[in-house]
Design a protein around this ligand. Structure first.
Ligand code: NAD
Length: 332
């Protein structure tokens, strides 16, 4: 199978690329190293697959670059590239709109022209499309409470428009809080673990009682690959099944690391969801998928990975809208 993975240098995308190669597929990866978190981290993410004989990496930007060479004749497109994270989405709307909506539409246009035998287009969506309480099955109303969620939902709708117009064989996956090795440095568990390992204060936003469904990255990748066999037109929740509050997570991390956390409270972040917990009956029924890595084991694996991390924490300044650097363009 000739697979194209967008967002191939990102957290989930880099794991997906490695797993597809491990299963014997030919893979083309696309990523423009949007400097939302350090480019060095993304370079490391993609290092494992870089030399594989069946892998080609295209350091191109879905917003602006020609896409024909990268996607020509693909059997499956896994579209994971996006500007993730809700905090910056309040102030960087142009960037979020460009990466999550415009880029998706350019990709869909390119697919229309250059992928005559496409069997599936998998769109990586998010529990953020549901809103404050993402607690149920796929029929929950979609009322996102952050600009990020709005742009991801717009991406879903765009894909559905192409499904209607050109019979795009679309499958939508709504991931719920993915964690594990290579988790983005802006994400909660990454920040908590980093602070605890460096004996720094952990900042807790809101009352810490917000609850997350948790999906270990290998389970998210397995669901994504199984989605290739899903009936086109379907949408699936992807969630690990174990929910936990922020306080609960901190206490688990304390136990694993063997150190007491120092915490400070900060105001709740606008757009933060109160409760996310996926009902995954549908993906279990349709695709036989079920999560394999429990929260305890998953946190241990992430902590182990973060112990080996050497790249310093990113600055707290807002993401830049600068195009990829020359360095990133030379990576091919
Ligand atoms: P990530 O930021 O690590 O990966 C996304 C990658 O896309 C980045 O490497 C970025 O450089 C690339 N990218 C962004 N815009 C691009 C463009 N215009 N052209 C080319 N490349 C571009 O994020 P992630 O956590 O791995 O998320 C992957 C996908 O899963 C995203 O679509 C996100 O919305 C979705 N998702 C993630 C989570 C989670 O918990 N991590 C939860 C729900 C949904």
């Amino acid at each position: 199978m000739l697979c194209v993975v967008t967002g191939a240098a990102g957290f989930i995308g880099s794991h997906l690329v490695e797993e597809l190669l491990r299963r014997g597929h030919t893979v083309r990866g696309i990523d423009s190293f949007v400097p939302y978190y350090p480019v060095e981290v993304k370079q490391r993410n993609r290092a494992g697959a870089a030399q594989h004989p069946h892998y080609t990496f295209f350091p191109i930007d879905l917003r602006t670059d020609p896409l024909d060479e990268a996607i020509r004749d693909a059997d499956v497109v896994f579209h994971l590239a996006a500007m993730p994270g809700l905090v910056a989405s309040w102030t960087q709307m142009d960037l979020y709109t460009a990466c999550n909506v415009t880029a998706t539409q350019r990709l869909l246009e390119a697919v229309k022209s250059h992928c005559p035998r496409l069997s599936r287009f998998i769109y990586a969506s998010t529990s953020s499309v549901y809103g404050l309480y993402a607690n149920g099955d796929e029929s929950l109303p979609t009322r996102p409470v952050s600009p990020y969620g709005v742009t991801k939902l717009a991406g879903e709708h765009l894909c559905h428009a192409y499904e209607e117009a050109i019979r795009l064989p679309l499958v939508v996956l709504r991931y719920f809080s993915v964690y594990g090795p290579r988790q983005r440095p802006d994400m909660g568990y990454h920040r908590f673990i980093r602070a605890l390992l460096q004996d720094e204060e952990i900042t807790i936003t809101g009352d810490g009682k917000q609850v997350r469904g948790n999906t270990f990255v290998s389970d998210a990748v397995e669901a994504t690959i199984r989605a290739v066999d899903a009936v086109p037109g379907e949408t699936f929740n992807v969630g690990g099944g174990e929910t936990a509050s922020v306080w609960d997570i901190i206490s688990r991390i304390e136990t694993i690391v063997g150190r007491k956390a120092r915490t400070r409270m900060a105001p709740a972040r606008p757009g933060d969801q109160r409760y996310t917990g996926a009902d995954t009956s549908k993906i279990r029924r349709h695709l036989g998928w079920e999560p394999r890595v429990g929260l305890e084991e998953g946190l241990k694996r992430q902590i182990e990975w973060q112990r080996q991390e050497t790249i310093p924490a990113p600055s707290t300044s807002p993401p830049s809208t600068h195009p990829p650097t020359e360095d990133s363009r030379r990576l091919r």
